[in-house]
Design a protein around this ligand. Structure first.
Ligand SMILES: *Cc1c(COP(=O)(O)O)cnc(C)c1O
Length: 405
């Protein structure tokens, strides 16, 4: 056993590593599986009076709470904010209200809702590769993909790591393109000292239960003008501006009042929760620092990442096991994981015939095949991170027994 590898650990942690992994008959690290992800909610008591007021008044939608939620978000972004039913509807409406046409450049290393929003608009996603460090859309791949059919870039702040916004804005300026960001993960993050929500034509957030801020279901758009925000508010209400003669076809994408109450309280907890997730990410990296074959997402020192997910790239030869085998061994320890994002968006079965791909997506394919997202939520403890880290370490130590090759 190469004990020297673990010389940086304290003795109490080391002792517990001598056990066999659960998948080889050892005792599971978590007898009751830990959650992969959980919303960190305000208490019911804190919201009781506001819920009661809505129930008593009967105004379940289009009321004061959505307005308060938007005002608080606008203060955070320093520009107009529009509440919607979810990030997906927000992306659909943003692409529609910005009048996009033809192709939209989009990364493939993302949740499929990003590119779904384009297809719902009859637009063609033009997939490009990501950069191997930030795991975000690669500005050079974007440049290489530009052609006369392209009207916009739909970027993503993957796992809450702000994408290369300045480079993308420069490309947009140079080629007359719009920049929209699917920042489902990015609420509470910052890029070069400026809050996510304040960049490009529109940045769109999710407040669904797996995200850093939650509203039950919900979405939020940071818009670059009052005019765009106004059109988005009409668009979320079927396209009806009030006279029942729709000038364009919208959706019902309104956020309910009860969701806005939860969302507002969640925004109040956002800074603390993002800070907490940064501590947890640091704890994972510190605990697993000596384990070979693990690579973490690179965050620019001038960025604030929200760590909506904490994901790690497994190099099978160095670690001793591949991603899928590690995921199975962790599951036996009571530790659920996710393969975010596998398969990559450009290989979704539903997209056959509807998309284009620029370049070979080599980085996307490589990362998608080897990445594993570990449990994280804002009220997770350092002890829980330590126990998950212990599981990874003992699985690595016994990898020769787990791996038939
Ligand atoms: C969760 C998520 C969405 C969808 O958000 P909803 O609010 O559920 O519509 C879109 N894009 C990314 C990257 C996501 O993770």
């Amino acid at each position: 056993m190469p004990l020297s590898l673990f010389s940086c650990y304290n003795q109490s942690i080391l002792d517990s590593y001598s056990d066999k992994p659960a998948i080889l008959g050892g005792t599971s690290i978590f007898s009751e599986p830990i959650a992969f992800n959980q919303p960190t909610l305000p208490t019911y008591d804190a919201l009781r009076a506001e819920f009661a007021a809505v129930m008593a008044g009967g105004q379940l939608t289009n009321g004061v709470n959505v307005a308060r939620f938007e005002a608080k978000a606008a203060e955070l972004f320093g520009r107009p904010a529009v509440a919607v039913s979810c990030c997906t509807s927000g992306l659909i409406l943003a692409a529609k209200m910005l009048g996009l046409t033809g192709q939209v450049i989009v990364p493939s290393f993302t949740f499929f809702a990003t590119s779904h929003s384009l297809i719902w608009n009859g637009l063609e996603p033009l997939f490009v590769d990501i950069d191997p460090d930030s795991w975000n859309i690669d500005p050079q791949a974007v440049e290489a993909a530009i052609n006369p059919k392209v009207s916009a870039i739909l970027a993503v702040d993957v796992f809450g790591n702000p994408c290369h916004k300045n480079a993308l804005l420069e490309i947009c300026e140079c080629h007359g393109l719009k920049l929209i960001t699917d920042s489902a993960h990015g609420l509470g993050g910052a890029y070069k000292g400026r809050p996510i929500g304040s960049f490009g034509a529109a940045e769109v957030f999710s407040l669904s239960p797996t995200k850093v801020a939650v509203a039950g279901e919900g979405g939020l758009i940071g818009a670059d003008s009052d005019e765009l925000a106004g059109r988005l508010r009409i668009a979320r209400d079927y396209g009806n501006s009030g006279d029942y003669d729709c000038r364009f076809v919208g959706l019902n994408a309104r956020m309910p009042e009860l969701s806005a109450i939860i969302g507002l309280a969640s925004l109040g907890m956002l800074d603390a929760n993002v800070r907490r997730r940064n501590e947890l990410a640091l704890a994972y990296r510190r605990n697993l620092d000596a384990v070979p074959g693990l690579t973490w997402q690179k965050i620019d020192p001038s960025s604030l990442c929200t760590y909506k997910d904490i994901s790690v790239l497994i190099e099978p030869h160095a670690f001793g096991l591949g991603r899928d085998a590690l995921a199975s061994a962790l599951a036996a320890e009571g530790i659920p994981t996710r393969k975010y994002y596998w398969p990559p968006a450009h290989r979704q079965s539903a997209y056959a015939g509807l998309i284009s791909v620029s370049g070979d997506q080599a980085v996307t394919e490589q990362i998608s095949a080897n990445i594993l997202s570990l449990p994280v939520f804002s009220h997770m403890t350092e002890t829980e991170v330590e126990r998950i880290s212990q599981a990874v370490i003992r699985i690595h130590r016994y990898s020769a027994d787990l791996n038939p090759t």
